[in-house]
Structure formats: structure tokens, C-alpha cells
Design a protein around this ligand. Sequence first.
Ligand SMILES: *Cc1c(COP(=O)(O)O)cnc(C)c1O
Length: 396
Amino acid sequence: MDANQVMETDKKYYMPVFSRYPLVLTKGEGPYVYDANGKKYLDFLAGIAVNVVGHGHKKLVAAIAEQAAKLIHVSNLYHTIPQTTLAKTLAQLSGLDRVFFANSGAEANEGAIKLARKYGKTLNPDRVEIITTENCFHGRTLATLTATAQPKYQKGYEPLPQGFRYIPYNDIDALEKQVTDKTCAVILEPIQGEGGVNIPDAGYLEKAGEICRSRGALLVLDEIQTGMGRTGKLFAFQHTKLKPDIVTMAKGLGGGVPIGAFLATEKVASVFAPGDHGTTFGGNALATAAANAVLDIIAEERLLDNAESMGQYLLQTLRKLQAKYPALVTEVRGLGLMVGMKLTKPGKDIVNQCMDKGIIINCTAGDVLRFVPPLTIQKTHVDEMVSVLDSVLAKF
Ligand SMILES: *Cc1c(COP(=O)(O)O)cnc(C)c1O
């Protein structure tokens, strides 16, 4: 199939839920991807913060190939070495005690909600309420789209699961008022991703943790986008003194191979008994071998340091554009390689024009350009992306 045939066939056979760009991507190398016509694009979206080690990383490819040849999947009725290895590594790196593997972010959050509910009920049968924040994003399953406090994701799917309550993000007073003895958990993104790269004030997460602790509610951190080194630490909460009760992961965890996880303290995890939760695919040998390789690469190539230094450089460079186009750009914000540029108008056309010029970026929340490149990028890649963006912004 040539590119046009692919697009026509997709239009006919795939459910009409994605508004895709007219691009058929066929291969990738490092921070670049190539379309079916051989055109090269610098990828500053990285599969939406997924391809943390870039495309076609030799060590990741080899780990996947080796594991596929040995054993792709057995059920969770049996042990496998890569799954157990990953469980131990993630527990040690996070400071939490136990893990469960799922296949996606939504499933990780779904499991975290189930665990929090089960835990809450051990304290008090009415302790079932989950508090989330406006403009958050937690997934597309029924419980996680209900946790996602944005009407556009919920419309048409009612009746929604009960027991969810929404408060403004980055608002300690709202937490003080709304967390009660009916609250089983507060779920927060350390930085809101889909919601527009919204960074809370210093101290917000710690204070939220204290309020939860003092009222017996759990603090669940959704690190699906912020985890795996994205912000310059393996987990964004590691920039703070906070100790969360549950942490969820996905996106970058398998470097592109689908896998999610939720981690919890012993105290919380111990409310699960055999049969309380499960999955066929979750944490299979192939996916966990990939995640083990990604964690090895992050350590060997010092990608946390690189995310921090390249993140600084990206912020600096984008702030020069902000100074150059003050009528168009109102703020550049970010931590590590999770960076947003707030515009005074919708970002869609800017994204499209960058794409025509061989740069993949994304716009979220309507008017925030989002930059979440592979953690392997170098200064030359930042310069390449920013010079194209400069030429595009000049026309607006
Ligand atoms: C992407 C994302 C999810 C959902 O992950 P899926 O793998 O698409 O289900 C949940 N929470 C956050 C913060 C995300 O960025």
C-alpha cells in the first residue's frame, strides 16, 4: 500500500475516533521518524512522551528480539524472570514496596482506583470517594474518564461510575475543604500533561500529601506522563520530599512496547488478596524485558542528567522565541523534557506548518505547544526544532 492507499483504507475501516495527520510513518532512528515517501521528521512528541530512548535504539531492539525468541508470553499463573526483575527494580527505584503490571496508563489508573477503594473500605465502609482535579487526564476507560475531570471525555458515556469529586488543581484550600473521612484517595498528576503542561506551585504536592495523611486518605500520583525520567528524575515526585501511597506509570515505561504499572506501599498493597485483581497480558515477558532494557539504557546513558540539561536548554531557547514574539507567546514552562509554550491563539496551524517543515510537535489544551522529545536528544536537535518553529511563528 502506498501512503494514499493507507490513508483511504484507514478512513474506511478504522473507527472514526482519531483525527490523524495525513502522515504514514514507516521507520525511525534516534529522534527522527520517516514517512512512506522517505521524508524525515524530527520527533519532539515521541509518541506522546513514550519513546524515551528514541526510535530504533539498538539495545532496546536487541532486548525485545532476544526475549521474543525465548518467550513472549505465559500467563500470570507462572513466574517469569523479566517480570520479577522489573518489579524489584521499580520498587527499589521508587521507594514503594509492591507493583502490579497492566498494559496501558488507563489500566494502571483503573487498578490504582480499585486498590484505593479496597483500602478505603478497610478503614470505613463509606470511604469510597476519589478526588481529582480540573483539567487532569487519567485515561479513557469508564472509571478513568470519570476521574478525568473534563466533560469532553465523558459526554455520551453516562451513566458514569459514582464517587468522583473534582476540585481545582494547584489549590490547597480546595483540598483542605474537600478531603474528608469519605475520601479514599486524591489522584494528582505531578505536572498536568494533557491539561496544558501545568506545573503546580512549589510545596503543593507535599502539602497535598500532608492533608491526605492527616485525614486517612491516600495520595495517588499519576506519573504516566511525568515518570520514566521525563522531568529529569525517574519520578517527578522525587523533586520533592513527598512519599506517595500509590504511583501509576505507563507511557515511557516500555519505550514504546505497551506496559503500565501501579506501585504502592506495603500497607496499601496488603489489602489485595489472590483473585482481587488480574490481567492476562499485563507484565508479560516481552513487555517487561523491554522495560528492563529501557531502565538500563536510562542509567547507562545518564538520561536523567540529559533530560535535565537539555530541558534547561530547551526552556532557555524557547524563552528567546517568547521574547521575540510576545504577542503570540505568553509563557514557556516546563521541568526536564516536559515543556509547554502557551500561545495567545490555537496552536493547530503552527503544529501543521512545523510538520510540513519536518518537525513533529503537538498542541494540547487548544493553545499550548507541547514538547516531550526522547530523553536522548542533544543541543543540535533543540536548535533544529527551534529554528523551524521560529520561522513558522514569524508568519503568525
Ligand atoms: C496518557 C496518560 C494516561 C492514559 O494512558 P493510556 O495508555 O492512553 O491509557 C493517563 N494519565 C496520564 C497523566 C497520561 O498522560
